[in-house]
Design a protein around this ligand. Structure first.
Ligand code: PLP
Length: 414
């Protein structure tokens, strides 16, 4: 191998001189596989769940109410509606703002299918938009290009936990009379120009899926300052039954209820809320831990020209839900998929966020999308890898990731 490039300094000064390629087989390294993610569940969460189980109230009840109140206070918004997934929150949000059959909803191609799938629930059309080449957030210029007379709403996704440019998106939305439903599955806690994500758009949706900044296994929250939408989401989350249907088995409740709309079964359980209440208390600590890992990665890859680090916009307080590196593949003799395999061989779990929607068979074939329709997302897809970033990681874990990335670059650089 031609090696005219400067040597990569190790993340740990003590190893800077004996920097070497690690053995390939993780078992022979003797260290365990480092998963892409594991949630941090402490005794507080376990205790809280046990108490809930002992209380006999397992489904939606006081714990859910408490989780909603705590969450609204944390975000600084008026209303929080707890549901059983982030996808459910997005679905209810679109329903609340009045999306209907035949409407178009603007969705970034660089996202998880849930963001676009919920649009299809209404027989509306998800209109995909390219991402910015650096932040991977939805490109406001491409939003403008895709707006038609049928457009009803925009769903910006705060990719990896970095807020979109909400001033530009809100300005476009208001000018065209569109609703803004923020997909904040990654964005807890994130800020745009100091404003908490959850206080800007019309409705903002969070996810508590196991890999997310706080986890309840499955769960989600829709937040808004609009009382009417909050009530609609609450009613629709529980079969479209009249207000506070969940109380009908309590002292305060009544046997009588009325079905007002054909709703959904999206309510969160008290068991999940018991987890959520305790996780939320740790949200800032988790964020600080992720921030430190991101800083360590930034430092570890600073002198590795083959690795492009995440670009942080000045207006964003990044939640660091994900740390997405971009490979300068033209400088390497392996491609992104092979790089992931090489990391796996060194015992490091990774992921890819995201396989852009336009490359998936369903969206490609149904809407006839071509890779060139979304040049930034298509180009990014071949280069991105999400590295492990979660509070449970030890200093050794972080160093292992940095060393593994560096060693693979050294082995395969052109
Ligand atoms: C950007 C984005 N939106 C929505 C979702 C859906 O969240 P949930 O799994 O809680 O339904 C996810 C989950 O991975 C996501 O990453």
């Amino acid at each position: 191998m031609q090696n005219t490039k400067p040597a990569i300094p190790s993340a740990r000064p003590s190893r800077s001189r004996d920097f070497k390629v690690l053995p390939r087989d993780p078992i022979s390294v003797g260290s365990k596989f480092l998963p892409f993610h594991t949630p941090e569940i402490g005794t507080e969460e376990i205790q809280s769940v046990v108490e809930t189980l002992q209380s006999g109230w397992l489904t939606t009840g006081q714990k859910v109410k408490r989780f909603e109140t705590d969450f609204a206070r944390y975000i600084g918004c008026q209303h929080a509606v707890a549901v059983n997934s982030g996808t459910a929150a997005l679905h209810l949000a679109l329903d609340a703002v009045g999306v209907q059959e035949g409407d178009e909803v603007i969705v970034p191609t660089m996202t998880f299918t849930a963001t676009a799938e919920v649009v299809l629930y209404f027989k509306a059309k998800p209109v995909l938009v390219d991402c910015e080449p650096d932040t991977f957030n939805i490109d406001p210029l491409d939003i403008e290009r895709k707006i038609t007379a049928k457009t009803k709403a925009i769903i910006p996704v705060h990719m990896a936990g970095q807020s979109c440019n909400m001033d530009r998106i809100m300005e476009i939305a208001r000018r065209h009379k569109l609703k803004v439903i923020e997909d904040a599955a990654h964005a807890l806690p994130s800020r745009f120009n100091g404003k908490m994500i959850g206080t800007i758009g019309d409705v903002t949706c969070f996810s508590f899926y196991v890999t997310k900044p706080i986890a309840t296994g499955e769960g989600g929250m829709a937040v808004t300052d609009n009382l009417e939408w909050a009530e609609r989401m609450r009613v629709m989350s529980l079969h479209g039954i009249s207000k506070d249907a969940w109380k009908r088995y309590t002292n305060e409740g009544s046997w009588f209820y009325e079905v007002q709309f054909p709703g959904f079964k999206y309510n969160l359980t008290d068991i999940a809320a018991a987890l959520g209440i305790e996780q939320l208390k740790k949200c800032d600590r988790f964020w600080q831990a992720r921030k430190q890992i991101a800083a360590a990665y930034d430092e570890g890859f600073a002198a590795v020209p083959e690795i492009q680090r995440p670009v942080c916009a000045a207006y964003s307080q990044h939640a660091w839900h994900l740390y997405v590196i971009q490979l300068e593949t033209e400088r390497l003799r392996i491609n992104r998929a092979e790089f992931i395999t090489a990391l796996k061989n060194q015992g490091i779990g990774t992921s890819v966020h995201f396989i852009p929607l336009h490359l998936h068979p369903y969206y490609r074939d149904t809407f006839d999308y071509k890779p060139d329709d979304f040049p930034n997302a298509t180009a990014a897809y071949d280069r991105i890898i999400s590295l492990p970033i979660y509070p449970k990681m030890t200093a050794d874990d972080i160093s292992r990731v940095i060393d593994a990335v560096q060693s693979i670059v050294l082995e395969y650089r052109r």
